[in-house]
Design a protein around this ligand. Structure first.
Ligand code: ATP
Ligand code: MG
Length: 570
């Protein structure tokens, strides 16, 4: 696994090395990946997974998988299962260290009681809106809540009754008593608990109060004796609060928070809210739709775990926010499949070729290696040939453009693995559409060789009409048409941002017969067309369905260019 053999260096690993040298955490390294089970994992999560699990691996430490499940209304066991499946698929293992923040509710509650007793928290009766309005601004201090001076006994009593469900949602909150004039707004008496009369997928109806992220997160980290709590940059201002809470509860173990830049990818949205919207509004077929930037989507599209890990290595870890070009991800999968995926022949938009001088009752087979550059690696298969073939419609031009080196009247091309053929005439239907291309073949060029040394520039792929079988092939492309769909004005319907060409279904592509045995979940290359994956959901034995993982070259740039050229000037 080349992706894992390379030594890595980044500012977080440098920091851990320093901590280890100074004995800060006794030389231990414990990280965690803490997803909220409110959606499927996406490629941004992969960056965090590779970082957290990668650090644990590199430093001989552990990485915990923790479900950060503190919001009953959005979480579900379906998401827990999907998260577990996807992290495993990426190739990481947490051993026995799978945890749930919801298991810590009693411990978090005890911590809250402790804070009240120390005079560091109080029950507040302001509405959420009032809390927001009295928080102040960067320039102005906030206004202390009238309940800030409430007695310890009263706050303890109220919190206990909030927990039992005696009060309406929104009527009370628990707030830390810190500093309403702090330059850091996060420190202005932040919420610790809010009332929610909601059923939690794990704790059921036991609780009527649920902890806020900041309160739950640092205490969960401390309970699990995490050393390095790594999160994305938007939590930078939360770090002061993270440390404050740990001090306030006299946590016996105090992890440290470090922030890194989240992954943004061009032509992609990474917000779980928006991904959920795509799923719920049926703009995609589900979380695992191959157009989705979810790990489940990438898996079904044919991306390998190694390619995603390699991508995460390539982008590195830094503190500066930026947007990574999705072409880099496409590069990573091409690089991986280039030496592993067998190359075969398939014709997606067929037109018939008739070889007039080839006997109608004759056929023969060519031995074609699956990996021409390394013929012994994957072996070979037999490719049948006969008088009638299919080639791509695009590989023929009646009036060839400049530099078109494929088939045209009078022109000679090489049929991959087979013979050289020359176009003699075409047959058209009433509408003027070409229905047959008539050619002659040169029997002396068997195997595509030219004994006389003559040069033939074009080589095209083909399938035997008699031996080919029909299959469904799905051509996927980028889901969004804009480079930065996340920058669209608030309220822009997602549907308006989607690339209308993100999915083209070819119902009856013509495939070489060896592919009839293609197993679900197999990666292959259709020569000259791209990498494809045998869809694990819709394929049946003997009836494979193919998903295009990625074209061979960047077809996108060409489309954009063509559109630009076609657009009216000005
Ligand atoms: P939300 O909290 O709004 O539901 P989220 O994307 O933060 O969305 P989490 O489930 O909380 O989702 O994320 C789990 C972990 O993955 C967090 O530690 C988070 O920092 C990290 N993560 C999420 N998105 C990215 C991203 N785009 N790049 C890197 N790390 C990310
Ligand atoms: Mg989050």
């Amino acid at each position: 696994m080349t992706a894992d053999a390379t030594p890595r260096s980044d500012f977080i690993r440098d920091k851990i090395e320093k901590d280890n040298a100074s004995g800060k955490f006794g030389g231990r390294v414990a990280t965690r990946f803490p997803p909220e089970p409110n959606g499927y994992l996406h490629i941004g999560h992969a960056k965090s997974i590779c970082l957290n699990f990668g650090i644990a691996r590199d430093f001989g430490g552990v990485c915990h998988l923790r479900m950060d499940d503190t919001n009953p209304t959005t979480e579900d066991v379906e998401y827990v299962d999907a998260i577990v499946r996807d992290v495993k698929w990426l190739g990481f293992d947490w051993g026995e260290h799978q945890y749930f923040a919801s298991d810590y509710y009693p411990y978090l509650y005890d911590g809250a009681v402790r804070l009240i007793e120390k005079g560091l928290a109080y029950v507040c009766d302001l509405t959420l809106d009032e809390v927001r309005k009295t928080r102040g601004t960067i320039k102005e201090a906030g206004t202390p809540s009238p309940y800030r001076s409430r007695s310890v006994a009263e706050s303890l009593d109220l919190l206990a009754r909030m927990k039992k469900g005696e009060f309406a949602e929104g009527s009370h909150t628990l707030r830390a008593k810190i500093d309403m004039a702090s330059p850091n707004l996060k420190m202005r008496d932040p919420l610790m608990y809010r009332i929610k009369h909601a059923h939690h997928y794990r704790t059921g109806d036991t609780w009527h109060i649920y902890p806020i992220y900041d309160w739950a997160h640092c205490l969960s980290d401390a309970k699990e004796r995490i050393t390095h709590s790594i999160c994305t940059l938007e939590f930078e201002n939360n770090r002061e609060l993270y440390d404050w809470y740990l001090n306030a509860v006299d946590a016996p173990w105090k992890p440290g928070q470090t922030e890194f830049a989240r992954l943004n990818l061009s032509y992609t949205v990474m917000s779980k809210r928006k991904l959920l919207e795509l799923v719920e509004s049926k703009l995609v077929s589900g979380w695992d739709d191959p157009r989705m930037p979810t790990l489940a989507g990438f898996r079904r599209r044919g991306f390998t775990p190694a390619s995603i890990r390699s991508f995460c290595d390539k982008i590195g870890v830094a503190r500066a926010d930026n947007t990574v070009d999705v072409a880099l991800l496409e590069y990573a999968i091409r690089e991986d499949l280039n030496t592993t995926a067998p190359r075969v022949m398939a014709v997606l938009k067929p037109v018939k070729v008739v070889i007039d001088n080839y006997p109608a009752d004759q056929s023969e087979e060519f031995e074609a290696p699956y990996l021409p550059d390394d013929p012994t690696k994957l072996g070979a298969r037999k490719v049948p040939f006969c008088r009638e073939l299919y080639i791509e419609r695009d590989d023929f031009m009646e009036v060839p453009a400049k530099k078109f080196h494929r088939l045209a009247p009078g022109a000679e091309v090489r049929l991959r693995w087979a013979y050289l053929i020359t176009c003699r005439s075409v047959v058209k239907d009433a509408a003027g559409e070409i229905t047959e291309i008539h050619c002659s073949y040169d029997p002396a060029t068997r195997g595509g060789n030219t004994p006389d040394g003559r040069k033939v520039k074009g080589t095209i792929h083909w399938v035997s009409a008699r031996h080919a079988f029909n299959a469904e092939v799905r051509l996927y492309d980028r889901l969004f048409k804009d480079e930065k769909p996340g920058d669209a004005p608030e309220g822009t319907p997602l549907a308006a941002l989607l690339n209308p060409r993100a999915l083209e279904v070819v119902k009856d592509a013509k495939l070489e017969p060896s592919l009839v045995a293609a197993a679900a979940g197999q990666n292959i290359q259709f020569e000259r067309l791209g990498y494809f994956f045998v869809d694990p959901v819709d394929s049946k034995p003997g009836k494979p369905v193919f998903n295009r993982t990625v074209p061979l070259k960047d077809a996108w740039a060409r489309i954009v260019k063509a559109e630009g050229a076609a657009a009216p000037a000005g």
